[in-house]
Design a binder for this molecule. Structure first.
Ligand code: DCP
Ligand code: MG
Length: 689
C-alpha cells in the first residue's frame, strides 16, 4: 500500500510492527518498506509469534518511558556532574586509540544462496532463498529486491515474491566452501578470527608492511583469490580496528569493498554521520531507546549526549557507547581461549507430543555427544533449554558427580530435566554441557562473538552478530549489549551444523517437524581474564562512579532481552517459583532456587561471592551461576546444603531495592503456577521501580 496523506497510523498498524525480517539487509535499499511491513503484518497477525512480538514491543515502550522519566528527574547539578564523568572517560578512551593496525573484515555475499547457485547454475539470476516455507536462512540479491531476507518465514517470502524458489540447506556444502575461504584468509593472517561460517577478521598490518601495499590492495587481492578458489564473491572492509572494518565491509556489498584510512580525522568524519544501528551490538531495542529517550540517531550524537548516557547507563555500556562515538574498536589479537561450554539445540514446530519431544531430545543428545567426543571433552553440568509454544524460555541445569560425554549418559540426565517440565508444548529444545575436566579443556581460536570484561575494556569492540538470545544456548554476541529481539541466527564456531528454520509463527501455518533447525555452539572463555590488568583499572573507576547517586538498576533492564528480565536471564534460570517440587523429584536437578540466592548487587556483584560482572556479560554470568549451582548441588549431595526454604541470602548493604522487591514478588507468587510467565514477571518487576 502506498503511503497516502491524511491516513492515520491507526489505519496502518503495520507501520509500527517491526520484526527481524522487516529490517533492511544489504541489497534491500530500493525495497518498498511499507509494502513489506504490511504483508508481514497481515500474514503474521494473530499468530503466537505476532503476539510475542507485540508483547516485546510493549515492553520496549515501557523501557523507553521508564528511562525517559529517569532522565527527566536529573537535576542540572546531576547533569553537570555526569558530564564531567563522561568527559574524563572520553579523554581516557581517546588515549587508548590505536591507529597502528590495519584490519580487514571479509563477509561472503549471500553465502548459502551463492553456494547453492554454484551447485545448480540454473538458479542464477532467479530470486531464490535457502530454507523452507517455515523459515529461510538467506536469500540471493534478486530475492532481496522484493524484501525477502534471512530469518523470514518462507510463506511470507513467497507472498512478497511469488516466483521465489526454495532450496533446502546443505551444511556440508557450506562447511566445505567455508574451509576453502579460510585457507585463503590464513595466507594473509594465520591468526585470523572467524566470526561465523562466512565472515572473518584479518589483521593485515604485517602483510601490508612486508609487501609495501595498501589495505585496499590486499582487500582486492584477497577477494579475487577467494573467487578463484571457490567461485564465490565476497565483500571486504578495511579499517584501523575490527568494529570499523565490519561496518565498512557492508558498505559496498555485494562483491565490493570500502577502505577507511588509519587517520583520526577520517575516522571521526566517517563515524559522525553513521547511524547507530550500523554498529554491531546496537540492535532494535538499543536503537529505540537511544532515539526515543535521548534523540540519538548517529554515532556522533553518542558523544554529544555523553553526560546523559553516563548518568543513566552502567559503566561498561557507557564505555561502549562512548567508544562507538569515538570510532574505537578492537585492534589486538586476543590470546588463546579455552572452550567453556558446548551446546546443541533444535527448533521445530510446536508440539506437546511426548514421543516427538523425546525423539528430538535423543537427537540433540546424540549430536552433543558426538561434538564432545570429537573435541575429547567430558563435562559435569548439563543445561536444558526449552522454548515453549508461547515463546517462553526456560532453562534447567543439573550437575553430576561424574564427568560424562556418552549419548546415553547425556540423554539420561536430559530426560530427568525434561520430565520435570511435563506436560509442556515446545518449539525448541537445547542442551548445553559445561564444567569440563581441566585437563581436557580445548584451546580454540579466538571468536569475536565472545566477550569478556577484560576484552571489552581493552577493545570497546563489537561484532554484529545479533544472535537471538533465546535461540542459542549460552550464545553471546560480542557485547551482549542489549538483547536483540532479532532472530538473526548465526552460529559459527567452526561447526557444520548451522541452520535456522523452524516455526516462528503459529504452527498452523506449516508443520514440518523434519524441517526443524539445529545449532551447535561451542563457547570459549579467555584465559586468565580475572587477572587482566585492565580489569583492575575499571574496578578503580567503578568505585568512583558507584559513589554517585543510585538508580541505574532499572536502566540495566535495557541491556538484555526485553522479553527476559535481566537478572533471570543472566542466571539463565527462568523459573521463579515452586522450585522445591523439582528437588523432590530428583536430587540432581538444581532449579531456580539459585535465582533466589544469587542476586547481582548493584547489577555488578554476585551476592554469593562478591565477584564483579556487569550485566551485559551474560555468558560469564551464566557460567558463574552454573558454578554456584554445582557448588550447591555438591553440598546438597553431601548433606551440607541448607534446604531451599531456609536459604540465607547474603544481602549486602548496597543491594538495591529493586532486587529486593523482585525477590518478594517471586516469593509471593502462587505456588500452583510453577512458572511465572516472563512477561508477567517483567511487568511485576517494572512496577517496582
Ligand atoms: N544465516 C542464517 N540465518 C540468519 C542469518 C544468516 O542461517 N538469520 C546464514 C545464511 C547466510 C549465512 O548465515 O548465508 C551468512 O549470513 P550473512 O548475514 O552474512 O548473510 P549472507 O551471506 O547470506 O548475505 P550478505 O552477507 O551478502 O548480506
Ligand atoms: Mg555474508
Amino acid at each position: 500500500m502506498e503511503k497516502s496523506e491524511g491516513t492515520s497510523d491507526s489505519q496502518r498498524p503495520w507501520q509500527s510492527y517491526h520484526t527481524v525480517y522487516t529490517n533492511a539487509k544489504a541489497g534491500m535499499d530500493g525495497v518498498d518498506k511499507e509494502k513489506v511491513q504490511r504483508i508481514v503484518y497481515e500474514m503474521s497477525k494473530g499468530s503466537k509469534y505476532f503476539e510475542n512480538e507485540e508483547r516485546k514491543e510493549a515492553i520496549m515502550k515501557q523501557k523507553v518511558e521508564h528511562m525517559h522519566s529517569r532522565c527527566a528527574k536529573l537535576t542540572p547539578a546531576d547533569i553537570s556532574h555526569y558530564q564531567k564523568v563522561a568527559d574524563k572517560r572520553i579523554a581516557e578512551l581517546e588515549a587508548t586509540r590505536d591507529l597502528s593496525r590495519i584490519w580487514l573484515h571479509v563477509d561472503m555475499d549471500a553465502f548459502y544462496a551463492a553456494v547453492e547457485t554454484l551447485s545448480d547454475p540454473s538458479l542464477k539470476g532467479k530470486p531464490m532463498a535457502v530454507g523452507s516455507m517455515s523459515m529461510i536462512s538467506t536469500a540471493n540479491y534478486e530475492a532481496r529486491k522484493f524484501g525477502v531476507r534471512a530469518a523470514m518465514p518462507g510463506f511470507i517470502a513467497r507472498k512478497l515474491c511469488p516466483d521465489l524458489l526454495f532450496v533446502p540447506p546443505d551444511f556440508k556444502k557450506y562447511t566445505y566452501y567455508c574451509d576453502l575461504t579460510r585457507k585463503v584468509f590464513r595466507s594473509y593472517d594465520p591468526n585470523f578470527m572467524a566470526a561465523s561460517l562466512d565472515e572473518a577478521y584479518l589483521d593485515i598490518t604485517e602483510v601490508c608492511r612486508a609487501r609495501d601495499v595498501t589495505g585496499g590492495d590486499i582487500a582486492e587481492e584477497l577477494r579475487s583469490r577467494v573467487h578463484e578458489e571457490t567461485g564465490l564473491t565476497c565483500s571486504a572492509g578495511v579499517g584501523p580496528n575490527r568494529l570499523l572494518a565490519k561496518v565498512c565491509s557492508d558498505i559496498n556489498k555485494p562483491n565490493g569493498q570500502f577502505v577507511l584510512p588509519n587517520d583520526r580525522m577520517a575516522v571521526m568524519t566517517f563515524i559522525s554521520s553513521l547511524p547507530i544501528r550500523k554498529i554491531g551490538g546496537i540492535g532494535k531495542v538499543t536503537e529505540n531507546v537511544l532515539k526515543g529517550v535521548f534523540g540519538i540517531s548517529t554515532c556522533e550524537e553518542l558523544l554529544q549526549k555523553s553526560g546523559f548516557l553516563s548518568a543513566l547507563f552502567s559503566h561498561s555500556t557507557t564505555d561502549f557507547f562512548l567508544s562507538v562515538g569515538l570510532g574505537l574498536g578492537g585492534t589486538d589479537t586476543p590470546q588463546v581461549r579455552f572452550r567453556k561450554s558446548i551446546s546443541n539445540e533444535r527448533t521445530f514446530s510446536a508440539t506437546d507430543d511426548l514421543n516427538l519431544l523425546y525423539q528430538k531430545l535423543d537427537e540433540i543428545a546424540e549430536n552433543l555427544s558426538a561434538d564432545m567426543q570429537e573435541e575429547g571433552l567430558s563435562g559435569r553440568t548439563l543445561t536444558l533449554k526449552l522454548k515453549t509454544s508461547s515463546f517462553e524460555v526456560r532453562t534447567r541445569a543439573l550437575t553430576l558427580q561424574k564427568y560424562i560425554c556418552s549419548k546415553d549418559d547425556i540423554l539420561k540426565s536430559a530426560l530427568k530435566l525434561l520430565k520435570a517440565e511435563l506436560p509442556v508444548s515446545l518449539r525448541l529444545i537445547g542442551l548445553r554441557m559445561s564444567h569440563f575436566k581441566e585437563e581436557e579443556k580445548v584451546a580454540v581460536p579466538f571468536d569475536p562473538t565472545q566477550k569478556t570484561l577484560a576484552a571489552f575494556v581493552r577493545a570497546g569492540d563489537a561484532s554484529r552478530n545479533n544472535l537471538d538470545d533465546e535461540s542459542s544456548l549460552g550464545s553471546v554476541d560480542e557485547l551482549h549489549l542489549m538483547n536483540e529481539m532479532e532472530n538473526d541466527f548465526r552460529l559459527d564456531h567452526h561447526k557444520i551444523c548451522h541452520h535456522e528454520s523452524g516455526d516462528p509463527l503459529d504452527s498452523n501455518h506449516l508443520s514440518d517437524l523434519n524441517c526443524g533447525s539445529c545449532n551447535s555452539q561451542k563457547n570459549v572463555v579467555e584465559q586468565e581474564k580475572i587477572h587482566d590488568p585492565s580489569s583492575d583499572e575499571i574496578a578503580g573507576e567503578e568505585k568512583t562512579i558507584d559513589a554517585q547517586p543510585k538508580g541505574k538498576q532499572m536502566l540495566q533492564l535495557l541491556e538484555t532481552d526485553s522479553s527476559v528480565p535481566w537478572e533471570l536471564k543472566s542466571c539463565n534460570l527462568i523459573r521463579v517459583n515452586g522450585n522445591t517440587d523439582i528437588h523432590a523429584q530428583t536430587n540432581d536437578v538444581a532449579s531456580s532456587s539459585l535465582t533466589e540466592d544469587l542476586v547481582w548487587v548493584d547489577d555488578y556483584k554476585c551476592s554469593l561471592c562478591g565477584i564483579e560482572l556487569p550485566s551485559n556479560f551474560i555468558e560469564e554470568r551464566q557460567e558463574h551461576s552454573d558454578f554456584h549451582l554445582a557448588e550447591r548441588l555438591q553440598k546438597k549431595e553431601s548433606g551440607t546444603c541448607p534446604p531451599v526454604s531456609t536459604r540465607q541470602r547474603i544481602v549486602r548493604k548496597e543491594e538495591n531495592t529493586a532486587n529486593q522487591s523482585r525477590q518478594k514478588k517471586r516469593k509471593s507468587a502462587s505456588t500452583k503456577d510453577k512458572y511465572l510467565p516472563i512477561d508477567t514477571f517483567f511487568v511485576k518487576s517494572n512496577q517496582n521501580f
